[in-house]
Design a protein around this ligand. Structure first.
Ligand SMILES: C[S@@+](CC[C@H](N)C(=O)[O-])C[C@H]1O[C@@H](n2cnc3c(N)ncnc32)[C@H](O)[C@@H]1O
Length: 286
């Protein structure tokens, strides 16, 4: 016997109110109790299921349109482009060499880094061609490999001088080392187990590309103080890229970070890429 439970009307109403208070549905949203098969008819950009699907949909077109947008805003040169072939080579190599990543083996993608995000990160460093990169909160190197993939392995399209990858979790750095070790031309990559806040103070700049994804499953507040400590070491025009900037769960925590990077005293432009449910912010140092 198949039995289905449905919660009561007052619980449904409390849920809709919570979604509305969290900014996930419009203030005038209502619950459609007559929806056929319990499916809604209206889809909005910020619906979590829409954004989740977007991360796996038409990634080439999405990243091409972002590149066009960067050119339009003068962030990238008119001639800027990235190698689609080198990206595909890198993707195959990552799938083969990131052998210790259970998430990759089970799902075919790298944790919260969706296919469109992989391509976007690769395109950004391919276009910017940074010589000195610092990435904080790299865990096992999942996002990191798409930041550095344009200067090593099958994705290599230019020479970088130094790339620091930092994480406070020693075991994560050991695994990141194993993952990165298999890539050709990766001698310029230095992985460090340590506190990003302390290292931001002592590490020698300048940097022309920063990647930040620091925190825990519940807390993303460290990205801002780390960036503030690094700020004086950032070259003019440095690109600062931060992951997980649009996830509703972190909305309140990310607000001070977004306020800082969108302040024209510090950054000339700051662009939010809502290409999946996690999001990415690119900020250009003034
Ligand atoms: C969301 S995870 C990063 C995920 C990673 N970018 C990826 O693609 O898999 C956040 C990372 O920040 C690291 N972290 C937390 N506090 C830190 C700190 N004070 N300094 C450096 N890393 C830190 C955690 O160990 C964790 O690996």
């Amino acid at each position: 016997m198949a039995i289905e439970y449905f919660c009561k009307k007052d619980v449904v109403e409390s849920c809709v109110k919570k979604l509305s208070d969290a900014g996930r549905v419009a203030r005038d949203a209502y619950f459609n109790s007559d929806a056929k098969d319990l499916l809604r008819k209206e889809v909005a950009y910020r619906d979590p299921d829409f954004l989740e699907m977007l991360g796996y949909t038409k990634e080439i077109e999405v990243v091409d349109s972002i590149l066009t947008m960067l050119k339009h805003h003068g962030v990238a040169d008119d001639a800027a482009d990235y190698s689609r072939e080198a990206f595909v080579g890198l993707r195959k190599e990552v799938k083969k060499k990131f052998t210790n990543n259970l998430v990759l083996q089970q799902t075919g993608s790298l944790g919260t880094i969706t296919p469109v995000m992989e391509r976007l990160l690769y395109m950004l460093t391919s276009v910017k061609r940074p010589r000195r990169i610092i990435a904080v909160g790299i865990f096992w190197g999942n996002a990191f490999i798409w930041n550095v993939g344009s200067s090593c392995g099958k994705g290599k399209v230019y020479d970088a001088e130094i790339v620091y990858g930092i994480d406070v979790n020693e075991r994560a750095i050991e695994n990141a080392m194993k993952n990165i070790a298999g890539f050709d031309s990766s001698d310029h990559i230095e992985l460090i187990a340590g506190d990003g806040l302390e290292l931001a103070e002592t590490i020698e700049g300048p940097f022309d590309f920063v990647f930040l994804d620091v925190g825990t499953a519940n807390d993303k507040r460290l990205n801002l103080p780390i960036l503030q400590k690094l700020y004086s070491k950032l070259a003019l025009g440095c690109w600062v890229v931060t992951h997980d900037t649009t996830l509703p769960f972190f909305k309140n925590q990310m607000r001070p970070y977004l306020k800082f990077v969108r302040d024209q005293h510090f950054f000339s432009e700051s662009i939010s890429f809502e290409v999946d449910q996690y999001g990415l912010e690119l900020s250009i140092k003034k």
